[in-house]
Design a protein around this ligand. Structure first.
Ligand code: DGJ
Length: 363
């Protein structure tokens, strides 16, 4: 099997240049400690991944962004152990979005809360609340970091009423925050509940919000909408990804000139078989590629669900898929499963399971 080709994309370069104010990119390549091990364990194991303080990393269903020589991992800070009861209450937060930094993708320093919930009863971020699957991209034109997510709000139980189940947007001058909350809305024709979502920025610095859109009559399908130049709003350029009818947990990664859309089936927090779609046009049409998992537990995405995919800077043949092994009896004990992505000669995207792996084992 041929390894994938993940290049340092133009958009990443621009992001680095904006943050550094320099074009000396070589100095910014990451000194990856290739021998450190990513540990995923057995399919039924929930391995702890601790930060450099020795505390569990609390950054769920988020993503990774490379800024100024460092990786930043952000995600939902689940509320403290003991308060999580039942499937639908489990993913609420009283904290907001946490941020960690690393130069080697394995040892993470806690940087703090970058989008905070509020105790104010009239705040849209009143805690406890739910803001799922946050994603951040960097906008070179306005020199800001822009975050989009699935906004549900207080008290964190799932809903699809107007005002809830929408796209939330926040912005910051600095990846370390604080992010300013700009509001929430329905990005296509003011209609259709927003469920699982992701952001994707292309090499030409155009950006897109991809989301599971649930219409009032119950139909749901992944949709993609192009963002405005400042990434703060949706444009009227959108498409229904027809083949991704009733697929969720989207992540997009570009390999060469192919856009791969990785998704999960619809079964709440329970693991199911993932499916990949691909297109040479970000707006589609997409065609089905199939299940990106192979071998044991491939019908179960190795007991995980997709969160995000990113290219490793300085390792031009490496992209990583971030998966999460949700634990519905105790969401605070979910575990993170990261795997290298491969694209074979037939242009299929695959991520075989590895109980543990190091960057050096791939070369
Ligand atoms: C389905 C999603 O894929 C899960 O990640 C989670 O968001 C649940 N919905 C919440 O009910």
């Amino acid at each position: 099997m041929k390894k994938n080709r993940a290049f340092l994309s133009t958009s990443m370069l621009l992001c680095i240049v904006f943050v550094l104010g320099t074009t000396n990119l070589h100095a910014q390549q990451v000194p990856i400690k290739d021998t450190l091990q990513f540990k995923n364990g057995n399919f039924d194991e929930f391995l702890e991944w601790k930060d450099t303080r020795g505390e569990l990393i609390n950054a769920h269903d988020g993503g990774v962004i490379f800024v100024n020589g460092k990786y930043y991992w952000y995600g939902l800070a689940l509320r403290a152990l003991g308060q999580d009861k039942g499937e639908n209450n489990g993913a609420a937060t009283t904290i907001g979005i946490n941020l960690y930094s690393s130069s080697n993708l394995l040892e993470w320093n806690y940087e703090g809360v970058i989008l905070s919930t509020s105790q104010n009863v009239i705040s849209p971020l009143r805690a406890p609340m739910r803001l799922e699957r946050p994603k951040i991209i960097c906008n070179i034109k306005i020199k800001k970091f822009v975050m989009w997510f699935h906004y549900v709000g207080y008290p964190g139980t799932h809903g699809q009423q107007i005002g809830l189940a929408e796209a939330g947007v926040a912005v910051s001058d600095n990846i370390k925050g604080p992010f300013e909350y700009l509001g929430h809305y329905r990005p296509i024709n003011d209609s259709g509940a927003v469920k699982d979502c992701t952001l994707f920025m292309d090499n030409d610095t155009t950006a897109y919000f991809v989301f599971d859109r649930k219409m009032p009559e119950g139909s749901r399908c992944l949709h993609i909408v192009k963002l405005t130049d400042d990434f703060l709003h949706a444009t009227d350029k959108w498409a229904k990804i027809d083949v991704a009818n009733r697929w969720e947990a989207p992540a997009i990664i570009k390999q060469g000139d192919i856009y791969f859309l990785i998704t999960s089936d619809v079964s709440g927090w329970k693991a199911n078989a993932a499916k990949t779609f691909k297109s040479t046009n970000i707006m589609g049409p997409y065609i089905e590629v199939g299940n990106p998992c192979i071998g044991e537990q491939n019908q179960n995405t190795y007991n995980t669900q997709c969160t995000y995919a990113f290219n490793v800077i300085g390792k031009k043949n490496l992209s990583i898929i971030m998966l999460e092994r949700h634990n519905t009896t105790n969401f605070f004990k979910c575990s993170y499963v990261w795997l290298p992505i491969e694209v074979n000669n037939s242009k299929e995207l695959l991520f075989p399971y590895r109980k543990e792996w190091s960057l050096s084992s791939l070369y």
